[in-house]
Design a protein around this ligand. Structure first.
Ligand code: PMP
Ligand code: GLU
Length: 409
């Protein structure tokens, strides 16, 4: 049973639209928010959306931009001032030297991924996607006419993507590898040595490029470290599109600011696509992004420390829930516990839990906790819980989850 709305069925739609599944993370978040608006008592642990206010320097810069009348079309790849600031960020955080011509600003990292696939993939090309994966990757690959090929990772291995396993899935048609470290939904962070091995594999396959989605780079915990694939070797840099955005680090989800840096020819092709599709992102958000990247670092650090506390709390609570098993994530703000021991059991309301969809539904209906079932991420034994929520919200959510799992017969 799926918890999200199904594909649209009407003879009028294009084949592309008919084959397009709606985003289950967005759908679940919307569903939880709708219930809340109706007065239903739901603890919403669905979306990967920081609950913090946008970093204040960004909000102030946006006010100034409006007051100064900075409200016209901009260069469709983004204002030079912002692309310069993005280059400074890449140098500072990732040891990557780019110039503004290598950078495009997009409506969220989501569109950067989409644009990169549109300009790099031809029909029939295969795109390797480590699984579990973020929900939008396979659908975006299909929108580019390409074929998603899933590369499994193992729970016992912390869901880490392994070069050796990727190698087993490479064919003459492989065009692209999607890397997402830290990963949504598993939180796994690819260790440096593994990243180097992945880099070697990519270099050994001439036509293979990488989309490296690094949107959670500021959220790594304990001994884990984030490294950018493109920084490992100049030849790899030429084959890698590094994708990032301000949504997570700066609590700017609604501003829709993402970006990509790549070999100049790729960046230009993405810029051409932007010029024909979006005319760039809104001018005010661009000024806000300049301020965030330039002066928001201290806030990013404060939020990262708070996420670390929440992670500890949620992991400790999950450890106390019968039948729930969770690999501690090294990054991002999700936990991805295995809840399959609940399958075949019956809830206090008398519903038999047959699969992850039913479990997610009963968690919402009986326990009043909204999560995202793992099937949207390509696996059937897990649920994703976002801890981008206040500690008191997490406490209420965990109390309810614990009661639910304790109550199964
Ligand atoms: N990549 C991953 C892995 C994500 O979780 C998200 C969350 N929305 C995005 C990209 C896109 O973020 P945004 O479009 O808000 O920048
Ligand atoms: N990326 C976030 C998530 O996975 C926000 C929703 C979305 O864009 O998918 O929940």
């Amino acid at each position: 049973m799926s918890m999200v709305q199904s594909r649209v069925e009407t003879g009028l739609l294009s084949e592309r639209a008919r084959n397009l599944a709606p985003s289950p993370t967005v759908a679940m978040d919307t569903r939880a928010k709708t219930l809340l608006a109706q007065g239903v008592d739901v603890v919403n642990l669905t979306a990967g959306e920081p609950d913090f206010p946008t970093v204040p320097v960004a909000a102030a810069a946006a006010h100034r931009a409006i007051d100064a009348g900075f409200t016209r079309y901009t260069a469709s790849s983004g204002i030079v001032e912002l692309r310069q600031e993005i280059c400074a960020k890449f140098l500072r955080d990732n040891a990557l030297a780019y110039s503004p011509d290598d950078v495009v600003v997009t409506p969220g990292a989501k569109y950067a991924l989409y644009a990169a696939m549109q300009v790099l993939c031809d029909p029939g090309d295969e795109v390797l996607i480590p699984s579990p994966y973020w929900v939008s990757y396979p659908e975006q690959v299909k929108l580019a006419g390409a074929v998603p090929v899933f590369v499994p990772t193992r729970e016992e291995d912390g869901f880490c993507v392994r070069a050796e396993v990727i190698g087993d899935y490479v064919t003459a048609r492989t065009k692209m590898l999607l890397l997402n470290s830290p990963c949504n939904p598993t939180g796994s962070v690819v260790p440096r040595a593994e990243l180097e091995a992945i880099g070697e594999l990519v270099l050994a396959h001439g036509r293979m490029v990488v989309l490296s989605d690094e949107i959670y780079e500021s959220l790594v915990y304990g001994a884990a470290r984030h490294d950018s694939l493109a920084a490992l070797d100049p030849a790899l840099k030429a084959k890698t599109v590094t994708i990032n955005g301000l949504s997570k680090a700066y609590a700017m989800t609604g501003w829709r600011v993402g970006y990509a840096a790549a070999d100049r020819a790729i960046a230009q092709a993405m810029g051409n696509l932007l010029s024909q599709t979006t005319s760039g992102i809104n001018s005010i958000a661009q000024k806000a992004a300049v301020a965030a990247l330039r002066d928001g670092q201290a806030d990013v650090q404060v939020m990262a420390e708070e996420f670390a506390r929440r992670r500890e709390y949620v992991l400790a609570r999950l450890a106390g829930m019968p039948g729930v098993r969770c690999v501690p994530p090294d990054g991002a703000f999700y936990v991805f516990p295995n809840v399959s021991s609940a399958f075949g059991r019956t809830t206090p309301a008398g519903v038999r839990l047959t699969d992850i969809g039913t479990l997610g539904l009963q968690l919402l209906d009986e326990a009043g906790v909204a999560t995202v079932p793992g099937d949207g991420f390509g696996v059937t034994d897990h649920i994703r819980i976002s801890y981008a929520a206040s500690l008191s919200t997490l406490e209420r959510g965990c109390d309810r989850l614990e009661e639910f799992f304790r109550g199964l017969r």
